[in-house]
Design a protein around this ligand. Sequence first.
Ligand code: GDP
Ligand code: IMO
Ligand code: MG
Length: 449
Amino acid sequence: MLQSGTVGSRDFSNSTQPVAAACTAVVGLQWGDEGKGKIVDALAPTHDAVIRYNGGANAGHSVQVGGERYALHLVPSGILNPGKPAVIAGGVVVDPEALLKELDALSARGVDISGFVLSDRAHVVMPYHKDEDALRETMLKNAEGGEIGTTRRGIGPCYADKANRSSAIRVGDLIRPAVLRRKLVVIAPFKSAVLSAMGSGPRRYDPHQLAEQFERLGERLRPSITDTVYLLHDMVTNGSRLLFEGANATLLDVDHGTYPFVTASGCSVLGIPAGTGVPGVRIGDALGVMKAYSTRVGGGPFPTELQGDVAHRIRERGREYGTTTGRPRRVGWLDLVAVRYSAMINGVNALVVTLLDVLSGFEEIRVCTSYQTPSGETRRFLPDGDALKAVEPIYTTIAGFGEDLSTVRSERDLPPAARAYLALIEREVGVKVRYVGVGPDRQQTIALS
Ligand code: GDP
Ligand code: IMO
Ligand code: MG
């Protein structure tokens, strides 16, 4: 008979010990640009590393510190905390040229980038990925259903090659010139043929020119490249607290978003284990970031979308222009059916409501709490692109607040109508609001009790 706690020769006496769940996740609950960067920057001082786990240069995370504004695309927002490890994990797709440009620009502004680390398993966005992204969008432009409205950063084609395997290049390949060349000799003629056949004239990708170009980029990145899975696990074992920075957002998630109008990665908390190798049981705090209203860049259904004066006012007050592409963002009232769904998918235990200041001055604020569908009213979200197009939002109207919130720094100074708005969100979503954003600056975040 086996002794208690052992199976064969292995000792399992510790296997019933609870796993320490000291890590935090910050994810977007809408269609992106919820203010994740600002929250990550605010939480970074109480964590030991900040990790990007999905997406690529399609993200644009703004952080404002004392009048200085930073737009981060690939580099984790924790980089503004000097020396703190800022890790790009394996689930990210990396455009090395864009990354180096971003690091150089940060350095030139005096930011300490010594904490920057890049996974050898992240995938590389190549020029033909960006070309294919643009070609596909052009193809869709006149088709029924329309284009996705991608950022044209090559995200989808790069993730597709990751799944294809034989046409993928990983960051680790950039510092192994013979491997890089061997791969490109096969991939480049294949891409030349496929992209030429897609139209808009012949394309030729020269494997030797690409090998030289990317080898050079790899050499510059070499000091930052490592196995981030062991790095992160070693940190966790030593009791470090990791902060995972979601890019894009839950409604853009390739599995759970408004498909096909989504990005190509797992943007929710569910993407963290796959993107980093750190299991979900390590995440003890999942924060869902949501704007006090809704925005969306690119195509796809948007039930609460507004046009006209109200839209204009929100767009201008919220500076709703894309951080990555500069495109004006589509704006609408808060959709709590969507947020409720995203909170469920992510298992969030706290909400962060950002840009509440933008809503001040409206006599009334509308909030969508259920949908009218062809088969009746529902409180459930319909992530299928076509199904969501067919719903009509059902609104609850609540009194607005006239006060300027930008100078409010404590919960008790929030006007009662603003507090009532937050209470409505909590009731409808079933999750407490922990932080409220009243402006873009690092100082303009209020912690609620
Ligand atoms: P992210 O992609 O989720 O990091 O968000 P973005 O940085 O793309 O977009 C959020 C925008 O709102 C940025 O311009 C931020 O500076 C700004 N912002 C963030 N929080 C607040 C807030 O509470 N109030 C206001 N007025 N602006 C905010
Ligand atoms: P952050 O991290 C807003 C949108 C694009 C497009 C769709 C697919 O700043 O919140 P892609 O280039 O990823 O293939 O585009 O997804 N999109 C975002 N929208 N914020 C983002 O990131 C986004 N990342 C992708 O506009 O509709
Ligand atoms: Mg953004």
